[in-house]
Every structure is written in structure tokens, then in C-alpha cells.
Design a protein around this ligand. Structure first.
Ligand SMILES: Nc1nc2c(ncn2[C@@H]2O[C@H](COP(=O)(O)OP(=O)(O)OP(=O)(O)O)[C@@H](O)[C@H]2O)c(=O)[nH]1
Ligand SMILES: [Mg+2]
Length: 419
């Protein structure tokens, strides 16, 4: 049993064995049909772009391919970009459009690019084109079209998508596309299938993830915890003690197993506090069968580029490591944890993460849900917080069709937001 979380204490033989075991463990379910569709898309995209860029001919707008353009929020959370990228690419696949991202200039520093989706390369050709937003933040979302319309009939040249939400979830209920999903992504883990292709990590970052995982996640069972304390909503909070209670619940009857608990958090203080509290519970009697580990990312370092603390690389590493854990315990209302849950093929985690819900710090609050501070989700698909708005605002038929999706309850209970 290896006591330390540091690489130095691990000999080469152990590392090699751990690498092989991890490869098997993290292989999970493959999306073979989707891989074919993806590869065909990449080939088509590269071919069309090369033709458009190499030709001196002037194209009429009617000759240009129709496109979906995702407009990411480059100021707020890194986890917020993933759902919109996945949704936009999904729309482009099912409607035979080309996919682009606008304004994510350093994308290649973080992810592998199988094809050039920088809108900059082509946008000048579309100057006089027609366009519309399919999603525009929380203000406008064409959920009727996404849930039951035929998106392929949409005739605008450009469909813009601007969202932090997994706003495309209702498309999996849409009768026009049911057969596509049944054939191409039959387990309906749409976010996983797409994010593993489109948002695969840059090799240098991936190497750091693998090294950490090989050194720490070779135990019998790994729990990942994502603690988000800074985002206090309406005075609500999730006490550290609640995370520990869930860990205790998960570890019942696991006495003879070697266990790793991986902690990621949004502040150094929060991470230290949770790590120390867990060590008080599990390591106080020299009990080394439970290892509590974390990365050394400095979360208090101000990030000058955007509103986040810590670095983008550090966030991606924490997110990816969480995704590799056998069970996940995440925080209500935080894209970070939901993204982590879906960003891997961990077959053993089919049931989805546990979510620690907020409570009000006040005894007389009528809405206090102090007996329901953790929910177990049934899917690793990200939260769709706008599903509550869909159910509340849309016409009866749209809501009815949305609810043909077996995950509709998952989508509609995952977030604090009530419209
Ligand atoms: N390294 C690291 N950074 C984190 C962690 N949790 C939060 N952060 C930082 O906090 C930001 C949180 O943004 P998101 O990833 O969008 O998560 P969110 O909780 O939905 O936050 P917002 O939507 O931006 O309010 C990230 O971009 C990181 O900068 C963590 O566990 N590790
Ligand atoms: Mg978010």
C-alpha cells in the first residue's frame, strides 16, 4: 500500500502496472457508431474548408454551407463553456451544418483540434448572410423548435448558440431525431460521446492527468469530491460536514478495501478544510487504507484574464481527474462538477453523481430542505437548469414531448434555479 500521494515513492514496476490497470478501468463503454459519424464529419469539414479557403472564386451566399456558431462566455467559469460547445456540435451533426466557435482564440492550448472550428477563418464570407439565435443566454431559447420542430428545415445561414446551459437536452426527446440517437448514441450519453472527441485534452495536460491518476487512483475504489463554496446563492450553502456524511455512507461495508478520496475545490481554504476534516475521520488512527489526495493548484491566485481563480489548465486537470473517479460527489448549481461527471466513459458511474444540495443557514426558513441535502442523479449528462423554464413557459405539447425523455426529471431537479 503506497502511503504518499507523491510520484517519487512509486517504483517503475508499480507505475507500469497501475497504467495498464487504469487503461482498462477507464476504457468504459465505447461509442462506435458515433466515432464513425465524428470521423466523417472531420473529413467533410476539412474538405469543405480547404475548398473555400483555397479557391479564388467568389461564392454566392446560397453556395456557402450553412453553419452553427457557438459564442462562448470567455469571462466566467471554464466549466460553463463545455455544455454549449457540445450542444452546438450536436446541432451541426444532426442538421448537416458546419460547426464553429467564435472568439475562443487559445482553444488549441487546452484541447486537441481535429479540425479548424475557429469562426475567424470563414466569417468574412458570411458578411451578408442571414442569421438567428437558437439560444441566447437565459433570455431567449427556441425550446419549441429544439423539442419538437424539424431543425433541419431552418433556413437561416447561421444559427448562433450562446448559452451556459446544456440547453440541447430536449433534442433527445424530439421525434425527428429519435432514430438518429437510437442508432448513433444508443446509451443517450450524448455529452460524453461528444465531449470526449471535441474537448479531448492537449497531450501535455493529459500527461499531467495520467501521472496523477496513475500515482493515486489505483486503489480499489475512488471517490471524487467537488466542493464549490464561493458561489453562495440566495444565502444558501452546503456545509462541509454534509460531504463527509455522504462519504461515510458510500464507505459503509468497504472495510477491507483500499480507497482514494480525491478532493477538488474552488478555494485553497475550502480544499484544505475538507481534506483536513476527512483526514480527521479516516487517518486519525494511522489508518492508511483511505488516502485523501488533491492537486496543488493555487486557487487563490488571481486570474487576470477572466473572473476565475486559478488557472484554466489547473481547472481542466481537476475536472478531468474528478471525471475518472468511480463515484462523484458534486455541489448543486456548479457546472464544474456536472461537466466532470460527463467528461469520461467510466462505465461504473452510469448512475450519475451525488449532488450536495444547499440549505439555508436559518432555522425559520420555510424552504429549508434539511432532510434532502443530497440527491442521487440517474445520469452523468450535465444539468439543464433551463428545463424548469421550459416546463413553466412552453406550450403543453412541447412540455409533453420534452417529458418523453426518460431523463427529464434528472434535467429538471439538478439546479437551484427556479423561474
Ligand atoms: N482548479 C479548480 N478550479 C475550480 C474548481 N472549482 C471551481 N474552480 C474555479 O471556479 C470557476 C467556476 O466556474 P465553472 O467551472 O463554470 O463552475 P460554476 O460553479 O458553474 O461557476 P459559474 O457558472 O461561473 O458561476 C472555474 O472556472 C475555476 O476557475 C476546482 O475544483 N478546481
Ligand atoms: Mg456554471
Amino acid at each position: 500500500m503506497i502511503e504518499s500521494e507523491n510520484a517519487e515513492n512509486i517504483n517503475a514496476e508499480n507505475v507500469e502496472k497501475a497504467t495498464k490497470d487504469n487503461e482498462r478501468k477507464y476504457e468504459g463503454v465505447k461509442h462506435l457508431e458515433f466515432d464513425i459519424v465524428y470521423n466523417k464529419y472531420v473529413e467533410k469539414h476539412n474538405r469543405i474548408i480547404a475548398k473555400l479557403l483555397n479557391s479564388s472564386a467568389k461564392y454566392n451566399l446560397s453556395e456557402l454551407p450553412k453553419v452553427v456558431v457557438y459564442q462562448p462566455d470567455m469571462i466566467n467559469g471554464f466549466g460553463n463553456r463545455f455544455p454549449g460547445i457540445v450542444c452546438s456540435f450536436l446541432y451541426s451533426l444532426i442538421t448537416d451544418r458546419l460547426f464553429f466557435i467564435e472568439g475562443y482564440n487559445n482553444f488549441s492550448d487546452y484541447h486537441v483540434k481535429d479540425f479548424d472550428h475557429d469562426w475567424k477563418i470563414l466569417s468574412n464570407l458570411y458578411e451578408n448572410s442571414t442569421s438567428r439565435h437558437l439560444h441566447h443566454e437565459n433570455d431567449y431559447n427556441d425550446f419549441q423548435l429544439v423539442t419538437r420542430g424539424n431543425l433541419s428545415n431552418e433556413d437561416k445561414d447561421i444559427l448562433y448558440v450562446k448559452t451556459w446551459d446544456y440547453a440541447c437536452a430536449p433534442i433527445t426527446s424530439n421525434p425527428h431525431y429519435k432514430r438518429w440517437f437510437d442508432k448513433i448514441i444508443p446509451d443517450y450519453r450524448v455529452f460524453t460521446a461528444i465531449s470526449l472527441k471535441l474537448l479531448s485534452l492537449h497531450p501535455n495536460i493529459n500527461k499531467r492527468v495520467e501521472t496523477f491518476a496513475n500515482n493515486n487512483f489505483f486503489t480499489d475504489y475512488t471517490i471524487g469530491i467537488h466542493l464549490r463554496e464561493k458561489k453562495r446563492l440566495a444565502g444558501m450553502m452546503a456545509p462541509v460536514d454534509h460531504y463527509i456524511q455522504v462519504v461515510k455512507m458510500l464507505l459503509i461495508k468497504m472495510n477491507n478495501m483500499n480507497i482514494t478520496i480525491f478532493v477538488a475545490a474552488d478555494t485553497n481554504y475550502g480544499r484544505e478544510n475538507l481534506v483536513n476534516s476527512l483526514r480527521d475521520v479516516y487517518n486519525s488512527n494511522n489508518n492508511s487504507s483511505v488516502k485523501i489526495v488533491h492537486t496543488e493548484e493555487d486557487l487563490d491566485a488571481p486570474n487576470l484574464i477572466n473572473a476565475n481563480t486559478g488557472s484554466e489548465v489547473g481547472a481542466l486537470i481537476d475536472m478531468k481527474l474528478l471525471s475518472l473517479c468511480d463515484d462523484l460527489l458534486i455541489t448543486y448549481g456548479s457546472s464544474f462538477g456536472y461537466t466532470a461527471a460527463g467528461w469520461s466513459q467510466k462505465a461504473s458511474r452510469q448512475r450519475g453523481p451525488f449532488v450536495v444540495m444547499p440549505i439555508k443557514n436559518s432555522k425559520d426558513d420555510l424552504f429549508v430542505a434539511d432532510k434532502v441535502w443530497v440527491t442521487g442523479t440517474i445520469s452523468c449528462e450535465p444539468c439543464m437548469y433551463l428545463s424548469k423554464k421550459l416546463i413553466h413557459d412552453e406550450d403543453e405539447e412541447t412540455v409533453r414531448i420534452f417529458k418523453t425523455n426518460p431523463l427529464w426529471i434528472h434535467y429538471s431537479q439538478c439546479h437551484w434555479l427556479v423561474f
